[in-house]
Design a protein around this ligand. Sequence first.
Ligand code: TXA
Ligand code: MG
Length: 324
Amino acid sequence: MSLLSVAQAAQALADGGLVALPTETVYGLAARADDDRAVAKIFATKGRPADHPLIVHVADAAAAQAFAADWPALAQRLTAAFWPGPLTVIVPRRAGVAEGAAGGHATIGLRCPSHPGFAAVLTEAQRLGVPGLAAPSANRFGRVSPTTAQHVLDEFGGAVPVLDGGACDVGIESTIVDCSRGHPVLLRPGTLSAAALAAAAGEALRAPDAQAPKAAGTLAAHYAPHARLRLFSPAGLAQALAEAAARAPAGLAVYSRARWAHAAWRWVAMADDPGLTARQLFATLRRLDDEGVREIWVEAPPGDDPRWAGVLDRLQRAAAAHPS
Ligand code: TXA
Ligand code: MG
């Protein structure tokens, strides 16, 4: 069995190995950030292109600054408000540090997670001389992020040891804010509210422009289950299901806030609360895959309600993986 204790995880990481660790967002596939050979194992295991930068996880803002060439006041304000927690800041990278983790980029993504299991490993690993842990989500490139230890074991066939920290509380990946170019730019929405981010930053967050750093999680197609996911407006879903009820297509599941229970498909209720839906989203997609579902028809959450931005973003990218 490949479940580790905190001490075993910290030692394996200090020795240059890979360990999957729980965070409050999703499970991460961790390696010491100061060892390019250890970091290379992450890219190989995930099948991720080597120029797609990883987030480096640190114990606090002081540890973060060891990776930064410059610690902008904006990064200080945001991290003071949200660390430890589901926020990643992009700042200029200190030359010669974590080159591999940063995929060669001049900037670096830094995050201090709040999960007590991850924090305990970081503290213990720091004692062994590890300054921070590079960790992307512990899934194969482009696929659904894991939110339980079992998901990680399923994903890598037990080849990667895991610290079991239970089911992730937040459920979708951290909010990423670029702080490297003066004004805050939202590179990836998560569960932090636009209002709270703007209050901490001192200004509203901007949308990415052509010069903004590219993030793998912002590729059009990402976070995809094996089943084909299709997003519908509430009215569009009603119409599609009226036709499906007559045809009874094999392997159809419906994931919606409206109650669409029917013998012709498997219905899964989407929670009315966006935070609860975020927590359940990836586990729901994985469960439907495990059940052999071939299509998942999803009722799109309201696009004009910023509380749903993170969930809507993941659903849109999952839908883009199997275009119609
Ligand atoms: O919640 C999370 O952020 C999880 C947990 C494990 O911490 N991690 C995560 O990592 O989602 P990953 O690798 O799946 O996504 C990291 C995203 C990618 O889209 C990557 O391109 C972007 O962060 N990123 C990392 N460093 C960057 C940089 N220097 N500039 C722009 N984007 C960066
Ligand atoms: Mg990922």
